[in-house]
Design a protein around this ligand. Structure first.
Ligand SMILES: Cc1cc2nc3c(=O)[nH]c(=O)nc-3n(C[C@H](O)[C@H](O)[C@H](O)COP(=O)(O)OP(=O)(O)OC[C@H]3O[C@@H](n4cnc5c(N)ncnc54)[C@H](O)[C@@H]3O)c2cc1C
Length: 396
């Protein structure tokens, strides 16, 4: 006999907890499953942008003043360790440890009245019979099922045979180093191919990482080694951990009928910045709202159409991000791009406002190509006359 719920959510990261909280607030009965008991570790820079902060407040009622975050407005851009630019009045970035952050969101889902099954492993999914078997022999019936089980999504594999596309996926390596007396967020735009390096200060540590398109970075551990050496943290290399992230592609059809995919399971990571927490929370909320509407209309199978339509603006943004990713990271424009960032405070601020969710990709594209083209010409001219040092960003 299956235990029945209106909504079953598989995975309790930011996406799954957001879906569970939203569905419970709509008055639906909700089961929330995770293969881990909480608190659990999750490899992540833990950078919470202004965009993510807004979703946290809307969905969870969680404010940034909480003890979970270190907030900084100071950003340093570098290229293989060489300083490019410093910004002291950036939009706020909030850094958190995912172990505590995710446990808090999971706790808020519990408080909202969802029934938690964790640790538990999901087994066979039967969308037609609306039934999910669990590895321990139990079964759950559902009106709508939301797959929020991350990059290696079991639910995506059950639906489509694979959880992500190896050709487009990114990979990242990270270590936790002792905290420093410096609250600068650092972004190294040349630490990996089609990616970057980061130093994110936290309350009790400093997260150092490098990541980029997986197939373009066969020696990522070596890149991390260089990056750690620049920060005097060479000794940490042996303890590094790695994980894939879907920062190159997203599923244009994230689900089918009564089964919806959200967050990393749907590939919703920004290909340029690697940001995924905000999109995870938003997509979790949208999927739960779609479930609520479809169930109210008496047909959980209608949930996918409603969800896909609601996701269209985010898909549009990610398409634009992908276009810009090719320009920013592509071989031809990468060096001129570093020069533009070094020389143009307005460009630095626009990038940081994009990250904070104050601008969208359409805003960024306005004038971007013109500026880049001008600087490309200036760079070439500088090379000819020897008056432009691209790597150090010194415009003649
Ligand atoms: C190294 C690295 C650095 C990153 N840095 C940032 C950053 O600074 N800022 C940012 O915004 N994003 C960052 N990201 C991306 C961000 O971590 C993800 O986009 C985000 O965690 C996605 O949330 P999610 O809820 O979809 O998935 P997850 O957070 O991965 O949660 C999935 C949940 O599902 C559970 N689960 C997995 N498999 C199963 C299963 N078979 N059955 C049941 N449960 C299962 C897991 O235990 C987990 O609780 C980074 C990613 C990486 C890898």
């Amino acid at each position: 006999m299956a235990q029945n719920f209106d909504v079953v959510v598989v995975g309790s990261g930011p996406a799954g907890s957001a879906a569970a909280v939203t569905a419970a607030r709509l008055g639906l009965s909700v089961a929330l499953l995770d293969r881990a008991a909480f608190p659990r570790e999750k490899l992540c820079g833990g950078g919470v942008t202004g965009r993510a902060a807004r979703h946290l407040a809307e969905v969870f009622g969680l404010g940034i003043e909480e003890d979970l975050f270190l907030t900084s407005r100071r950003v340093r851009f570098t290229a293989q360790g060489r300083p490019l630019a410093e910004v002291d009045d950036a939009p706020a970035l909030h850094m958190t440890m995912r172990r505590e952050f995710d446990a808090r969101l999971h706790g808020l889902a519990l408080e909202a009245g969802v029934e938690v099954f964790a640790p538990v492993k999901p087994g066979a999914l039967d969308p037609a019979r609306r039934r999910l078997d669990l590895a321990d022999g139990r079964s759950l019936g559902f009106g709508v099922l939301i797959g929020a089980d991350g990059i290696n999504s079991h639910i995506a594999r059950q639906l489509f045979g694979q959880s992500f596309d190896p050709a487009t996926v990114a990979f990242a390596l990270e270590v936790e180093a002792p905290p420093r007396d410096d609250d600068h967020v650092e972004i190294d735009l040349d630490a990996a191919c089609w990616g970057y390096g980061w130093a994110f200060p936290k309350c009790e540590s400093l997260t150092l990482g490098v990541g980029g398109l997986h197939r373009a970075n066969p020696h990522l551990k070596r890149n991390l080694g260089h990056y750690l050496a620049q920060h005097g943290a060479d000794g940490q290399l042996a303890g590094c951990k790695g994980q894939f992230l879907p920062a190159g592609d997203f599923r244009t059809r994230p689900g089918r009928g009564p089964v919806l995919l959200v967050g990393d399971a749907a590939g919703l990571v920004d290909p340029l910045t690697g940001e995924g927490i905000a999109h995870a929370i938003l997509s979790g909320r949208l999927a739960a709202e779609a479930a609520g509407q479809a169930l109210a209309a008496g047909d959980g199978g209608g949930a996918f159409g409603i969800y896909r339509a609601a996701l269209a603006p985010l898909h549009g943004e990610l398409r634009q991000a992908r276009l810009l990713q090719r320009v920013v990271f592509g071989r031809l424009m990468h060096r001129p791009m570093l020069a533009v960032i070094a020389a143009r405070p307005s460009m630095q601020h626009r990038m940081l406002r994009l990250l904070a969710g104050e601008l969208d990709y359409a805003d960024i594209r306005k004038g971007f190509f013109l500026r880049l083209a001008r600087h490309g010409v200036a760079t070439v001219a500088g090379r000819v006359t020897g008056r432009h040092n691209v790597a150090a960003g010194e415009s003649a």
